[in-house]
Write a protein that binds this ligand. Structure first.
Ligand SMILES: CC(C)(COP(=O)(O)OP(=O)(O)OC[C@H]1O[C@@H](n2cnc3c(N)ncnc32)[C@H](O)[C@@H]1OP(=O)(O)O)[C@@H](O)C(=O)NCCC(=O)NCCSC(=O)C[C@H](O)C(=O)O
Ligand SMILES: [Mg+2]
Length: 291
């Protein structure tokens, strides 16, 4: 399993790049990763100032264990090229590119980052949030090794589909599944979209659980109050960790004794269960290393 896969990304918090207070506050929040936003959360006349602020924050080294990413404006907008150049110079952990619809776009972003001297450590996170992106998610996910994470943009997706936001997200499930299939086929991380009602703790938690059950590695967030419940839901539970350890122990014992068939808690265990148990333990260990 690659480091990119095993690094915890349970909670990934957006903050408006123009909001100095939020950029400061993020230094004390237990989010695994931060998205310093230059796109939707920043008004057109505040873009230039936000770009400077975000670049300085990303280059500051003041965010500790948190991964720091910059969301640039979409390819084709008036701000995209300047955003990419500023991000390349700041050298964040990743550049988050909204409205990615093709492998060509990923490769164009990669070339622009290289031309602007971005360090190798700066990955590309591609947002998939349009019907075309869902249908071409496979090509997007496989476009480049520099692309390590897919990020669902469920607000834009719902808008493009003319869909309603409803509990259970039935209108979005096909898109979520297509993006998940694409990410997993290419061995990439994938993050679920945001939950807009910051006052609805119960609805938020239900959506976190649904995202985890689907297989998402974590969820993108818009408010500090969403970080702790999201971290809890996306971390392996103590029961999962204990069972994973029992599976590994039982399998190793059976292998030593030359037994082909193993059961744990009455259920048949095969190699694939052992692999999954190892992934759970590695993730739990990585999470335990967090503050
Ligand atoms: C939603 C908000 C506008 C609410 O802001 P506010 O009213 O200020 O909230 P609070 O008063 O409850 O804030 C309490 C303290 O927390 C800080 N804060 C608030 N939000 C954040 C944040 N996101 N990151 C860091 N810190 C934050 C406040 O400054 C207060 O601090 P203090 O004064 O010390 O107590 C606001 O939460 C917000 O702007 N959220 C982010 C919105 C955003 O980034 N949207 C764009 C990304 S989502 C998206 O684009 C989806 C995607 O593209 C798609 O298509 O789906
Ligand atoms: Mg969007």
């Amino acid at each position: 399993m690659s480091d990119a896969i095993l690094r915890p990304r349970r909670s990934v918090l957006y903050m408006p790049g123009a909001n100095e207070r939020a950029l400061e506050k993020a230094k004390s929040l237990p989010a695994d990763a931060l998205i310093l936003d230059l796109e939707d959360a920043v008004a057109p006349d505040a873009k230039a100032e936000a770009r400077k602020r975000v670049a300085a924050a990303a280059a500051s080294g003041e965010y500790g264990f948190r991964e720091v990413t910059i969301r640039v404006n979409a390819p084709g907008t008036a701000w995209h090229d300047d955003d990419l150049r500023a991000a390349a110079e700041a050298g964040p952990d990743a550049v988050v590119v909204p409205k990615v619809e093709s492998a060509d776009t990923v490769r164009a972003v990669e070339r622009a980052l290289e031309a602007a001297g971005a360090p190798d450590r700066t990955a590309i996170w591609a947002m998939v949030e349009t019907p075309r992106a869902m249908l071409d998610a496979r090509a997007v996910a496989a476009a480049s090794e520099r692309l390590t994470v897919l990020v669902m943009g469920t607000n834009d997706l719902a808008k493009e589909l003319h869909a309603e936001h409803v509990p259970g997200r039935a209108p979005l499930l096909t898109g979520l599944s297509l993006a998940l299939l694409a990410a997993r086929e290419s061995g990439k991380v994938i993050l679920d979209g945001v939950y807009n009602d910051v006052k609805d703790a119960e609805g938020f938690e239900a959506e976190c659980v649904q995202g985890r059950q689907f297989g998402f590695d974590g969820k993108t967030l818009i408010h500090p109050s969403q970080v702790a419940p999201c971290n809890r839901v996306f971390a392996p539970s103590s029961e999962q960790v204990a069972r994973a350890q029992r599976i590994i122990d039982a399998f190793e014992e059976a292998t030593r004794e030359g037994r082909g068939v193993v059961t744990v808690d009455g259920r048949l265990i095969e190699n694939l269960h052992v692999e999954e148990a190892r992934r759970i333990l590695a993730l739990a260990e990585a999470v335990a290393g967090r503050a």
